[in-house]
Structures are given as C-alpha cells and as structure tokens.
Design a protein around this ligand. Sequence first.
Ligand code: KMH
Ligand code: ZN
Length: 278
Amino acid sequence: MCGVTGTLITVAPTGAESAKADVPALPVTLDELVATAKDCEAAGAALVHVHIRDADARPTLDPVRLRETVAALREQTSLVVQLSTGGSVHDPLEARLAVLDAAPDSCSLTCGTVNFGDDVFLNPYPFMLDLYRAAQQAEVVPEFELFDLGHVAALRRLIDTCGLPYGGKVHCDFVLGVPGGMPATPQALLAGVAALPPEVTSWSATGIGRGHLPVLATTLAAGGHLRVGMEDNLTFARGRAVRDNVELVERAVRVAVELQRPPLGTAEARQLLGVRPR
Ligand code: KMH
Ligand code: ZN
C-alpha cells in the first residue's frame, strides 16, 4: 500500500443511533439525505455510507425505501453508494441480508460481534459468510468493518474460506471508539493496520468521539483513507456541535490536501474499490 496518493473520503451522514429530535441537522428524509450527499460530493467525498429512516425518523431496513434511496442517490450524485448491512442493533439478521436486494455499489460487512454501549452488535461468523457469499453473487463490493482486533483475524478467515470479493479488491474500514470495541487511538489503529492480511488493497478509518482527529491524522500519515460524518461524530470541536456533514468533509479535505493526499474523485474511488461501473 506504499505510494498511496489520493484520499478516498467516505461520508457516513446519518447512522442508526442518533435521534432527529436530539440532532435536528441529521439527514433523515430522502430529500435531506440526497441534499447532504450532493453537498458532500461537491466538497470532496466519493462514497456515501447509508442508513435510512422511516416516516417517523426511526432506523429502518424497509426494502422499498432502500431501493428508492439507491435510485435517488444514483440519479443525483456520482458517489459510490454503500448501504449499511449493520442497520441498528435491533435489526434481525435476515433483514440485514436482504439489504443486498437494493443492489447498491457496496455494502458494509462487519467482521464480528462487538459490545455496542449497553447493546450487542451481532455478527456471528455464519452470518458473515452468508453475507459475503451473497455479495459475491450480487456483484456488490463489501467494505469490511473492523471494530476490534479480533475482527481483523476474522477477515483473514473469511478470505481464506470465500476468496476475494467481486471486483478483486479488499477494502476495509476501522471503526474505532465504540464502547466495547478498539479505542479511538493511534496505537490501536496502528496495531490493526499491522495485522491486516496482505490481500487488503486499501483501508480507511474513523474515530468516534474525541479520538476522531487523532485517528484522522494517523490514518493519513499511515497511508489510509478517511471516513467522517454525523454517524460517528456530533462534536466538531470542544464545546461546539457539528453544524452539518459538509463541514466534516471540508475539514477532512483540508487536512488531506495539506498532507499531499488530495481527495479522490468518484471515478478513481470506483477503481480503487473495484465496484461495478454505472
Ligand atoms: N449501527 C451499528 C449497529 C454498519 O453500518 O455496517 C452498525 C453500523 C455498522 O453502523
Ligand atoms: Zn453504519
């Protein structure tokens, strides 16, 4: 992975954990999501990691809404569209598998179960296998989500069992700082990076909460790519709430440019990840 030049910037604008009532700037309707996605693309994002909400702004995996969301994002942006198969901690495994029916470019695939605050984010190995094989079949590129060091070992096991994803690239994303997973520290990130299987062709990272900026800086220095967004962070700086997703993308772009790692365009991102051409 030496010689990495540009930076893939992923925006995760919504997530499943924050309530619209508590965070009015959270994009929860289709119109809000598309508007955010367009603004973030203009600011330098190339991939959008999508969780959707129902009419009451609650997390949902409704198949019709998912299809409409993929269609609208495709029509109005050229972003790589990644649907979350993690959903919320309350979503059943079958509904999470069915996310692939909405035919996104990419899907998240979390490489193991992890405590998630007071809840459990369930990802049993047989479910990971089913999801991986279904993604290969559907020609959807998985992004392997790594919340813990054990997830890196599980990624090795998955690749040994199932081979490479559709497109032949292996992209993973460290999500650091969930209460129950690896902490959002440079040390934890670098331990994870050192343990990645050689098949990995690119990786990104996001730090939740106060470790966000140290993780961002370490990621760029270590040749990784960035994920930012209100799914992961609601505080922009000490005592200052995030205004919107765009300012998180803009800040990531500023730092990346200073470090000679300018943002990748969406066509370059597609190449990096091996996603299907539109
Ligand atoms: N909402 C979390 C329980 C993913 O998108 O795949 C899971 C999550 C990971 O956000
Ligand atoms: Zn997510």
